[in-house]
Design a protein around this ligand. Structure first.
Ligand code: PMP
Length: 289
C-alpha cells in the first residue's frame, strides 16, 4: 500500500511519524473519512472544505490548498488501484517538543491513506440497528466544538465503549442540556409524519456530509425537513429514526434504550433514503482517471 505523506507517496513500511508529533502526544490535529464508489471519490470538495475548516478552527496551517489536497487524494487512490474504498486524511500539528505549545511544531504533517472499508453487516440495513443512549455527554461547543473533526475523539470513544458494553454498535449522545446531539460516529434523524428532523449543529453535532446530502434528498422526495432541537421524547415517539455517516450511509434505527421505534422495523422513509443516497453516491463524485 502506498501512503501519501507530506507531499510524497511512500511505501506503507516507510509511512511512519515521530513520537514527538503533537498529533500523537496531544491529539492535536484534524481528520476526514471519505468514500470511493466505482472509481469516484464521493463529496471530495465537501470533505476537503471541512478538513480545512476544522484546521482553521484549531489554528493549524495545513500547508496545502483544497485543490492540492484533491489532487493528492486522487493520486493516492490511483497509486493503490482503489475503485471502492475508504480514505483517511489526517493532518497533525507535526513534530514539536514535549510541551503543549503548538507553535513549537514547525510543520503540519499531511497523511492520506486509501484502504478498504469496514462496513456494518449488510443484514443490518434490512433489520435496522438497536442503539442505546450513552451516559457520556457530547463535548460542549465552548470546549472543543463538535463541528471540528479533530484527532481528539475520546469523547466519542467513551460513548462507543458504553454502546459496545451494552451489546449494541452505536449510541445516542446528548449535550449538557439533555438535547440530542448525534451518535458517536453518525448523525441522527427522526421522522414524524411527513416531517424529517435532525438536531442543529449547535446542539453538539458534526455537520455531516451525509447529513447535508440526505436533507437535500429528503426535500426532493417531498419531505418537510428541519433542524430541530430534540430530546429523547422526539426519538422515542418518532415513526422512524435513522443514522447517517460516510461509512454507515443511511441506516434505520429500530430500537433505542430497549424501546421499539415505530413498528420496530425499518420504515418506508428510511428505505427510500437508503436507496436515494446509494443511487447518488454510485453515480457521482470526482473521477480517479
Ligand atoms: N458525527 C460524528 C461524530 C462523526 O465522526 C461522523 C463521521 N463518521 C459523522 C457524524 C457523520 O459525518 P459524515 O456524514 O460527514 O461522515
Amino acid at each position: 500500500m502506498k501512503i501519501f505523506l507530506n507531499g510524497k507517496l511512500v511505501d506503507e513500511k516507510d509511512a511512519v511519524v515521530s513520537v514527538f508529533d503533537h498529533g500523537l502526544l496531544y491529539g492535536d490535529g484534524v481528520f476526514e473519512g471519505t468514500r470511493v464508489y466505482n472509481g469516484r471519490v464521493a463529496f471530495l470538495d465537501e470533505h476537503m472544505e471541512r478538513l480545512l475548516d476544522s484546521a482553521k478552527v484549531i489554528n493549524l496551517n495545513v500547508g496545502m490548498t483544497k485543490e492540492e489536497l484533491k489532487k493528492a487524494t486522487v493520486e493516492t487512490c490511483k497509486a493503490n488501484g482503489i475503485k471502492n474504498g475508504y480514505l483517511r486524511h489526517v493532518v497533525t500539528r507535526g513534530v514539536g517538543t514535549l510541551g503543549l505549545n503548538p507553535y513549537q511544531c514547525k510543520k503540519a504533517q499531511v497523511i492520506i491513506i486509501a484502504a478498504d472499508i469496514q462496513l456494518y453487516p449488510a443484514e443490518l440495513y434490512e433489520t435496522g440497528m438497536k442503539i442505546i443512549t450513552a451516559g457520556t455527554i457530547r463535548n460542549m461547543a465552548e470546549a472543543v466544538n463538535p463541528r471540528v473533526k479533530s484527532l481528539n475523539y475520546l469523547n466519542n470513544i467513551m460513548a462507543k465503549i458504553e454502546a459496545i458494553n451494552a451489546g449494541v454498535m452505536e449510541c445516542l449522545m446528548l449535550n449538557a442540556q439533555g438535547f440530542i446531539a448525534e451518535a458517536s460516529g453518525d448523525n441522527v434523524f427522526a421522522i414524524k409524519g411527513n416531517k424529517l428532523m435532525t438536531p442543529p449543529t449547535w446542539c453538539g453535532a458534526l455537520e455531516g456530509v451525509t447529513r447535508d446530502k440526505v436533507m437535500q434528498l429528503a426535500r426532493e422526495l417531498g419531505m418537510e425537513v428541519s433542524e430541530t432541537v430534540m430530546t429523547r421524547y422526539e426519538l422515542w415517539t418518532a415513526d422512524e429514526v435513522f443514522l447517517t455517516g460516510t461509512a454507515a450511509e443511511v441506516i434505520a434505527v429500530v430500537e433505542i434504550d430497549r424501546r421499539p421505534i415505530g413498528t420496530g422495523k425499518p420504515g418506508p422513509a428510511a428505505k427510500k433514503l437508503i436507496k436515494a443516497y446509494r443511487d447518488f453516491v454510485n453515480n457521482n463524485g470526482t473521477p480517479i482517471e
